[in-house]
Design a protein around this ligand. Structure first.
Ligand SMILES: Cc1ncc(COP(=O)(O)O)c(C=O)c1O
Length: 392
């Protein structure tokens, strides 16, 4: 970098600010084994921080499906989908997603982040108005800010605000509403039936990002929309949470599919996911549909967690595997996370800017990999921390 560039000093200053605010973060390497985390010093923790809700990431049937896929199709897709990267394995995955979720078409992406950005950047134009729930994921917010459309954020899950916002923008050429099915840091559900009816009444399009609801909620794990009895115009499903893998699909009409195939740059100019991965993802779809016991077990773990912590207002009761324990300031939250860690529990330590100021929280997540005893032990430890007795 040139000596006269201001970039190095700006980088140093921003990093120092992050340190001073207690918000500096770094990556650590873990080994995952039987639902446990083993760190670089060989310490073992029960993992209460991941998104592998259904316990599929290390499922033997899924591992062997990916291995079979490698033997059948090789290691990589070799090109973007429109060149030669799209295979029969991708086609079969799209067909199984459509059949399961009741959409005409599916379009595969390498991540939920890119799927969200692709839809927003390609569908919306100058003059359009995009309405987003204030707590939507960073991928949605960032694309909304950068898109040519006007973005308006409505208060979290507030139907009246959404309705009045839509009415105020009745002259916009196109109005597009995006919400999550399950909010990633709060674990609460979006009031999808009401949102869908407000969108219908105002002739607005609805897109639901169901990263955290797919597989977990609804009949055969069809997700938040099935759970609420609605069908949005566009549904985003991601494969990095309940599927135990990675990637995403945009579920939509044949016309939107054709449009995205022409204009979605994240799709057109990016190497297709390996066909072996698509092959394994088809296996994941069939496991998710069939294994109702996984959703039943999550329900049982969730009830136990809330039973132990029912008297503590910091613990937000949710119907999903995401259990926020909102502690407010960063130091209190980090101290609680440290106490849990020394007792062998790894939880998500979530702070701004991921969540609003003064709402730092432990993001505790449940998974089929855990036992009732594990959840009981964690919940008791959390209870003792909240009651100020950290030495139990
Ligand atoms: C609601 C939501 N949407 C999208 C994403 C991004 O998905 P991916 O991890 O597949 O990029 C996430 C990931 O954390 C998420 O929570």
């Amino acid at each position: 970098m040139s000596e006269s560039s201001r970039l190095p000093s700006r980088i140093a200053q921003k990093l120092a600010e992050r340190q001073q605010q207690g918000l500096h973060r770094s990556v650590r390497a873990f080994h995952h084994q039987d639902g446990k985390l083993i760190d670089e010093h060989n310490n073992t923790y029960l993992n209460f921080s991941g998104n592998d809700y259904l316990g599929l990431a290390n499922d033997p049937a899924l591992i062997s499906a990916w291995q079979d896929g490698l033997s059948l199709y090789g290691a990589g897709s070799t090109a973007s989908p429109l060149v030669t990267g799209f295979s029969h394995a991708h086609q079969a995955l799209e067909a199984s997603l459509c059949e399961w979720l009741g959409f005409d078409k599916a379009l595969l992406f390498n991540s939920g982040f890119s799927a969200n950005q692709a839809v927003i950047f390609s569908l919306l134009e100058k003059g359009d108005v995009l309405f987003q729930d204030k707590l939507n994921h960073a991928s949605l917010m960032e694309a909304g800010i950068l898109s040519e459309a006007t973005m308006l954020r409505f208060l979290h899950n507030n139907i009246a605000k959404l309705d009045s916002g839509l009415k105020n923008q009745a002259d916009a050429p196109s109005r597009f509403v995006i919400t999550e099915g399950v909010f990633s840091m709060d674990g609460d559900l979006s009031p999808l039936a009401d949102i869908a009816s407000v969108c219908r009444a105002n002739e607005a399009c609805l897109m639901v990002d169901d990263a955290h609801g797919i597989g977990v909620l609804g009949k055969e794990g069809r997700g938040s929309c099935d759970n609420a009895g609605i069908q949005p115009d566009i549904l985003i499903v991601t494969f990095g949470k309940a599927f135990g893998m990675m990637g995403a699909a945009v579920m939509c009409s044949a016309q939107v599919h054709d449009y995205l195939t022409q204009f979605a740059r994240h799709y057109v100019y990016s190497t297709a996911m390996p066909p072996a991965q698509a092959y394994a993802l088809s296996k994941a779809v069939s496991i998710i549909r069939k294994d109702n016991w996984r959703r039943e077990k999550l329900h049982e773990l969730s009830s136990r967690f809330h039973r132990v912590l029912s008297e503590h207002h910091e613990v937000v009761e949710t119907q999903t595997p995401i259990k926020p324990v909102v502690l407010g300031d960063v130091t209190t939250m980090l101290t609680a996370a440290e106490h849990l860690k020394s007792a062998g529990f790894w939880t998500g330590a979530i702070r701004p800017p991921t969540v609003p100021p003064n709402s730092s929280r432990l993001r505790i997540t449940l998974s089929v990999n855990q036992t009732l005893d594990d959840v009981n032990a964690l919940a008791r430890k959390v209870r003792h921390i909240l009651e100020g007795d950290r030495h139990e």
